[in-house]
Design a binder for this molecule. Structure first.
Ligand code: WQD
Length: 322
């Protein structure tokens, strides 16, 4: 029995595939290769190149393989782009998911896992964000993830599917250099890019109501994110009927931009002091997960810290930029 993994050739998807393979769970990858890269997949993994919007293709994949469950990771994930192209984000992230759910339900698939995001919380005004903190996304990207959670929950209830939604906080690092995130859209790669160009990293705002004035986030190693998926899959395998979970994937540890720069400076040996510039619109001062529910439900906790995230991300950066 296999698991279909949409978006399996992407940065996070490829890490999940690798962890699933290590756990001995067979997978089939569906990826439109818009940002995915087949070279990230281990030898022998079946890759179907195509879109989640392609219903006949999904029907074929679900008919050709004995499918135990679906891990839906495929999505567009750039906040700024989602503001400029909301219709595209709703099409890919909501309609794409709806089509996958419809095909899965009709094929009798009983287990479904959705990649969601801390973006569903918007600007949470709390020390630690629990899964019961009200969701109030502040951009189309976060809206599509929240709508996706609703779709998954409603479909699970109506069609007897066990469901899990995993809300990722700030993912960083790589399990191997060649699996590193090639995109330069988040703090760590953006700092690397500046350093590589001999420029000071930019700090978006130094006057936030935090200990050092810079924004605080919950950074989580992508290998830990992958391990959380395997734990969720194991739960869905054991208890397909009674599972309806929404879980944060975070460490429960807040790290400021300034603290991240300190570690980056130490790891790279470069001067990563940073130059404080204006705030970036839409940035909450602090977003830190409560990681208690996932520990209680799945027995999962993060293994890696910021040091390992940055060391591994830097190795990946150097591989790409020799
Ligand atoms: C982190 C912090 C920046 C770059 C986003 C999405 C979220 C999720 C993860 C997908 C912020 C600061 C950044 C730089 C800086 N995405 N920063 N200088 O905004 O917390 O979360 O990615 O699911 O939904 O919103 O992540 O990495 O962009 O920023 O000072 O050059 O680093 O202001 O405080 P963010 P990020």
């Amino acid at each position: 029995m296999s698991w279909v993994i949409t978006g399996g050739a992407g940065y996070i998807g490829a890490h999940v595939i690798r962890a699933m393979a290590a756990a001995g769970i067979p997978v089939v990858v569906l990826d439109d290769l818009s940002t995915g890269d087949p070279a990230r997949l281990p030898q022998g993994v079946t890759l179907v190149a195509g879109s989640t919007l392609d219903r006949p293709l999904l029907d074929r994949v679900l008919a050709e393989h004995e499918v135990e469950g679906v891990l839906h990771i495929a999505a567009k994930k750039q906040v700024a782009e989602s503001v400029e192209q909301p219709l595209r984000y709703y099409r890919e992230n909501v309609e794409g998911l709806r089509v996958v759910l419809e095909a899965a339900a009709e094929a009798g698939v009983r287990r479904f896992l959705l990649s969601s995001s801390a973006a569903v919380y918007g600007m949470p005004d709390v020390e630690t964000v629990t899964e019961d903190t009200p969701c109030a996304p502040i951009n189309p990207y976060g809206e599509t993830k929240l709508a996706g959670e609703w779709l998954v929950r409603a479909t699970g209830r109506a069609h007897g599917m066990g469901t899990v939604a995993l809300r990722y906080f700030n993912v960083a690092g790589a399990a191997a250099p060649e699996l590193a995130d090639p995109g330069v859209f988040n703090l760590v790669p953006m700092v690397f890019e500046r350093l590589a160009a001999g420029q000071a990293p930019l700090v978006f705002g130094g006057d936030y109501p935090t200990a050092d004035g810079t924004c605080v986030r919950d950074y989580i190693h992508v290998a830990d994110v992958a391990a959380a998926h395997v734990a969720a899959v194991q739960r869905l395998r054991e208890q397909p009927d009674s599972t309806e979970l929404v879980l944060n994937i975070g460490r429960g540890v807040g790290v400021s931009v300034r603290e991240m720069l300190d570690v980056i400076g130490r790891v790279t040996g470069l001067d990563a002091t940073g130059e404080v510039v204006g705030r970036r619109p839409g940035d909450p001062a602090r977003v830190v997960a409560s990681a208690e529910r996932i520990a209680a439900e799945l027995g999962w906790t993060a293994r890696y810290g910021v040091e390992e995230m940055i060391t591994s991300a830097w190795a990946g950066w150097q591989l790409r930029h020799p």
